[in-house]
Design a binder for this molecule. Structure first.
Ligand SMILES: *Cc1c(COP(=O)(O)O)cnc(C)c1O
Length: 355
């Protein structure tokens, strides 16, 4: 007899991670290229001596630290095994099979997967012709079944970010019983002062009794801890409590908790790295535009090349130059900003691609 598995899983696409190819430069996963700070490695090594013990199930010290840094109460913070896990918990906490999760598309690849796994209905709202979130279309797509709206800003993979007026208009148009999650995985790379800090926007809403705005952040990108898996949600207390209820016990491991704390100690140094990446982003984008590429404005640590049908050929060309980019075949390529040398290698590949 064949084991009975949920039939709908047959149509579930797997998450496609960026490729690691020995000897090649990996610009495929929006990681920071520089390795962890020595102080962080030391904290992890010390904590490794105690890994016979379970981690702190409530990540109490990390939650307290984040709450203090963000100026919110401790019951307004929930940490998770990467913010992608918190995306799944948010859907689990708000949706059953009858309910809808609304998100822009193309956007973070995990949204469709986690929505499908939970069994919620996906509503994908196409981006504008400029590769940005289409605020009007997102507002128009809200129905009485909508329970959760993901607002990815800066948007992965296009890099575009919502400016204050647009973000506030979107949030204010969503009914206040529908959770709006501002996914700010790339917040630390934002340079445009018109792009607001989601936590500040959320706090202003909470002060007016609108508990439905929440913000996701991660230690994987700017803080360089992608391999350890730790992210956090900042939300009104009832939303954070619901998200905590659906967690997998001990999901945030002991090394991740310690590494996150020691990365907060070294925050200034890590954020200075981000400033360097932002400068490189400007240089790379300008060089691509000068070479005739269409590159949307980006506030993240990557650029988007909307190459359409030429994406697969571009991907092959970059691989031949030993540069791994992230290709969404038929749509475009996302290229992470690395070190200046890595970026030069990518630019050499891009500039020699027949156009
Ligand atoms: C990378 C990313 C995340 C989450 O990363 P984690 O490593 O799971 O914390 C969340 N949202 C977006 C848009 C991302 O690009």
């Amino acid at each position: 007899m064949t084991v009975r598995i949920r039939a709908d899983l047959d149509s579930l696409p797997g998450y496609v991670p960026g490729k690691n190819i020995p000897g090649a430069i990996k610009l495929a996963s929006n990681e920071v290229s520089l390795g962890p700070l020595p102080s962080v490695v030391m904290a992890i090594a010390e904590a490794a001596e105690r890994i016979n013990r379970y981690p702190d199930n409530g990540s109490v010290e990390l939650v307290a630290r984040l709450a203090a840094k963000l100026g919110v109460d401790e019951d307004q913070v929930a940490v998770g095994c990467g913010s992608v896990t918190l995306c799944q918990q948010l859907i689990q906490a708000t949706c059953t099979a009858q309910d809808e999760v609304l998100f822009p598309w193309r956007s973070f690849e995990a949204y469709p997967i986690v929505a499908h796994v939970v069994g919620a209905t996906q509503v994908r709202v196409p981006l504008t012709a400029e590769h940005a979130l289409d605020v009007d279309a997102m507002i128009a797509a809200v129905t009485p079944s909508t329970r959760l709206v993901f607002v990815c800003t800066p948007n992965n993979p296009t890099g575009t970010a919502l400016r204050r007026a647009e973000l506030e208009r979107l949030i204010d148009a969503v009914p206040d019983d529908v959770v709006v999650v501002v996914d700010e995985a790339y917040r630390e790379f934002v340079a445009d002062p018109e792009v607001p800090d989601g936590v500040e926007v959320a706090k202003a809403r909470w002060a007016r009794g609108r508990d439905n705005v929440a913000v996701l952040r991660t230690f994987s990108k700017a803080y360089g801890l992608a391999g350890l898996r730790v992210g956090y949600l900042v939300a009104a207390a009832p939303v954070a409590a619901a998200v905590r209820k659906v967690f997998v016990p001990f999901g945030v491991n002991a090394l991740a908790q310690v590494a996150a704390l020691s990365s907060l100690d070294a925050e200034a140094e890590l954020l200075a790295r981000c400033t360097g990446i932002v400068a490189e982003r400007g240089r790379v984008r300008a060089a691509l535009i000068a070479a005739g590429y269409d590159v949307p404005e980006t506030e993240a640590n990557f650029v988007w090349l909307p190459l359409g049908e030429r994406t697969a050929a571009f991907n092959e060309h970059c691989l031949a130059h030993k540069v791994v980019v992230r290709a969404f075949v038929g749509d475009g390529a996302r290229v992470t900003i690395g070190t200046p040398d890595e970026n030069d290698a990518f630019l050499a590949a891009a500039l020699s691609f027949p156009r």
